[in-house]
Design a protein. Structure first.
Ligand code: GLU
Length: 503
């Protein structure tokens, strides 16, 4: 890469950041890090009507939680700041006027009512109203009116917008790193509004001006912005600026593979579509987040990386560093990426195994009042024995409650299988062996009890099944001798006596 890589994530703070937005941020981050570049956060808040309180903080918290913080942006390394477009308001008008002076844009005075009437009229005839070369001279603008009329309107303070003058009969050659070359006939394009009557730029103008001023080298964003690419190309050309390179990421599809993933799909099928929990400031409606649902940031990142990208090998487990190493925009697909909520669980199970037991123990303890007085080191040892079966911290209690509290009932089906005529005697003898054991380790106990079983020619299951039931209440859990070692001699004997009493 010859020029410095500078990429930006440019969300609008209109609500919580959707998981697809996190994917866009991640791909920008990976690309920046791969090329020793800079990852920038710019807040595109020119649409004041859609501004939502708390959304900007949410975006920043989400990036930080995922471990993909921005290098430069709002309130951080403000080299090209400010980074909130609302704070750059004063900047944009001169650029819109520059385009007018160059004959690339024009004032348009059409009222909302007049435009609506045109739209309706077209609809009735089964057509779509497009404001462009074919009708602009019949509409109210600085191309159709004479200079005096225009001046009079401007002097009178009439509302106007500034529109881009999209050329007629040209073919645009656009380039996209993921999609290759795209040809567009300019005749189908409309004269997009660049500057609004409220004194604010539209997304298109602010976005291009800022990308230019912030020296963005690559624009990596979602496919929904592909239709804007033709205009953006033309704006760079109109200003005489060098355009950045573009990469439009594929859509994220519903689990069925049909249609774009929406919040409703998550609600319906029971999975979050947001990284963090979000409480709507107006309605107080709560949307669940991956973090609060018990997912590790590593799982979310690894999962999102595969939504539209693959390394070209069978390898699926990638740490963030490994992703930076392997990532390549050329390996991003054009086709939509199916969102599979089971796959992220699979990643979570994997990353569960890589967590420190002590951290998991703290998280587990915070979830269960039953653990309030239990030493975290003990909890950590229990977790080490059961985490192989866990996907979430919230799975731990079902997998391990018997390490903390004695069973109060015994699984009926298992009892029928395990408790036979001689069981009482067997358990009594096992209890006395355990009682007498001096060197209380899982290994020593195992040797002793297995030795006793063999020398007395008792069936293995006849001993181990009722013993497990006594300790656990069901035929589940890790090695019986590990359980005995963990809960201790006294508790073990108590539990064996409890079960004997019920036989
Ligand atoms: N503000 C746009 C958004 O909300 C940014 C699109 C772009 O990256 O150009 O996604």
């Amino acid at each position: 890469m010859t020029k410095d890589v500078r990429v930006r994530f440019a969300p609008s703070p209109t609500g919580p950041l959707h998981i697809g937005g996190v994917r866009t941020a991640l791909f920008n981050y990976l690309f920046a890090k791969k090329h020793n570049g800079t990852f920038i956060l710019r807040i595109e808040d020119t649409d004041q009507n859609r501004y939502v309180e708390g959304a900007e903080k949410y975006i920043i918290d989400a990036l930080n939680w995922c471990g993909i913080p921005f290098d430069e942006g709002v309130d951080k390394n403000e080299k090209f700041g400010p980074y909130r477009q609302s704070e750059r308001k004063h900047l944009y008008k001169q650029y819109a006027e520059e385009l007018i002076a160059k004959g690339k844009a024009y004032y348009a005075f059409d009222t909302a009512e007049a435009l609506d009437a045109h739209r309706k009229d077209h609809e009735e005839k089964g057509k779509t109203f497009i404001y462009n070369w074919h009708n602009r001279l019949k509409l109210s603008n600085s191309l159709s009116l004479n200079a005096e009329e225009v001046k009079a309107k401007l002097d009178a303070g009439e509302d106007y917008v500034i529109r881009f003058k999209s050329p007629q009969d040209e073919t645009l050659h656009l380039k996209d790193i993921i999609r290759g070359d795209i040809k567009i006939d300019t005749n189908i394009l409309d004269d997009k509004v660049l500057f609004k009557s409220d004194g604010m730029p539209t997304y298109h103008l602010a976005n291009i001006v800022d990308d230019h001023l912030m020296e963005i080298s690559h624009v990596i964003r979602g496919e929904e912005w592909l239709p804007s690419l033709a205009l953006h190309y033309q704006l760079y050309e109109a200003f005489g600026w060098e355009a950045p390179e573009f990469a439009h990421l594929p859509l994220i599809l519903k689990p069925t593979g049909k249609g774009k993933l929406s919040k409703r799909d998550g609600d319906k099928l029971g999975f979050p579509v947001f990284p963090l929990k979000w409480t709507d400031p107006k309605t107080n409606e709560v949307s669940r987040g991956y973090k609060e649902d018990g997912y590790f940031a590593e799982s979310v990142v690894n999962f999102l990386a595969f939504l539209g990208w693959n390394p070209g090998t069978e390898q699926e487990i990638f740490s963030l560093d490994a992703l930076i190493e392997a990532f390549d925009l050329e390996r991003v697909n054009k086709a939509g990426a199916r969102f599979d909520p089971d796959k992220i669980k699979w990643f979570n199970h994997h990353y569960m195994q890589e967590q420190f037991n002590e951290d998991l123990a703290e998280a587990f303890k915070a979830q269960r009042w039953e653990l309030a007085d239990i030493d975290v080191n003990y909890i950590a040892m229990v977790i080490d024995l059961v985490k192989e079966r866990a996907t979430f911290v919230s799975d731990f209690w079902d997998l391990s409650h018997y390490f903390f509290t004695a069973p109060t009932e015994y699984d009926a089906k298992a009892s029928k299988k395990a408790f036979k005529d001689g069981t009482k005697d067997i358990l009594t003898q096992v209890a006395s062996i355990i009682e007498a054991n001096e060197d209380f380790t899982a290994e020593a106990l195992q040797n002793e009890i297995k030795g006793w079983i063999t020398s007395n020619e008792i069936g293995f299951g006849q001993v181990m099944m009722p013993l497990r039931l006594a300790l656990v209440g069901a035929l589940q859990g890790p090695d019986v001798f590990d359980i005995i070692y963990m809960i201790g001699k006294e508790e073990t004997i108590k539990r064996i006596q409890n079960v004997i009493a019920t036989l």
